[in-house]
Design a protein around this ligand. Sequence first.
Ligand code: VGL
Ligand code: ZN
Length: 199
Amino acid sequence: MAGEALIVIDLQNDFCPGGALAVAGGDEIVPLVNDLIRHADHVVMTQDWHPAGHSSFASSHPGKQAFETIDMPYGPQTLWPDHCIQGSAGSDFHSGLAWTKAELVIRKGFRPAIDSYSAFFENDHRTPTGLAGYLRERGIGAVTFAGLATDFCVAYSALDAVDQGFDATVRLDACRGIDLNGSVETMLKRMRETGVRLV
Ligand code: VGL
Ligand code: ZN
């Protein structure tokens, strides 16, 4: 039987209350995620990891505000407050997260000119992070997602997981969303239609 992995997405200080891009209730999921980690065969974490001045930051585009959308060479890109700057306190995992069992930490968003929501591909949908190859080499065929944010990094990761041939489940009770212009509903629908199991 193929192996299974839990993938914990971006459970970092900047996405929790008090952080630069706080997701409402982002910290509430920590105890449940810790339970999932305890019961998982294999654990992978992702860490949003931007250089200062990253192109996804509104502050890098004079006259633009956070949460506006701009056109990038790879398509539309939402602009964000500065967040998860490499090595900053905001980029650390939530202090209550039991992350030591993680066998791999995938860092993403480190290329200055391109954002990366998915754990598998950057936002150009072409540049791989290496995660698909890693899981395949290890014989892992099924992945379960938890973390932040439901409608961005969790959703894009789950959609790419299915596209890459993995059996993908999202634990909605162990995720929280940003919800920009109905993005939670939009991405739940896309996940459902793509064959992501939402539980
Ligand atoms: C995320 C926006 C920008 C996420 C990361 O983890 O969902 N969202 N960077
Ligand atoms: Zn980011």
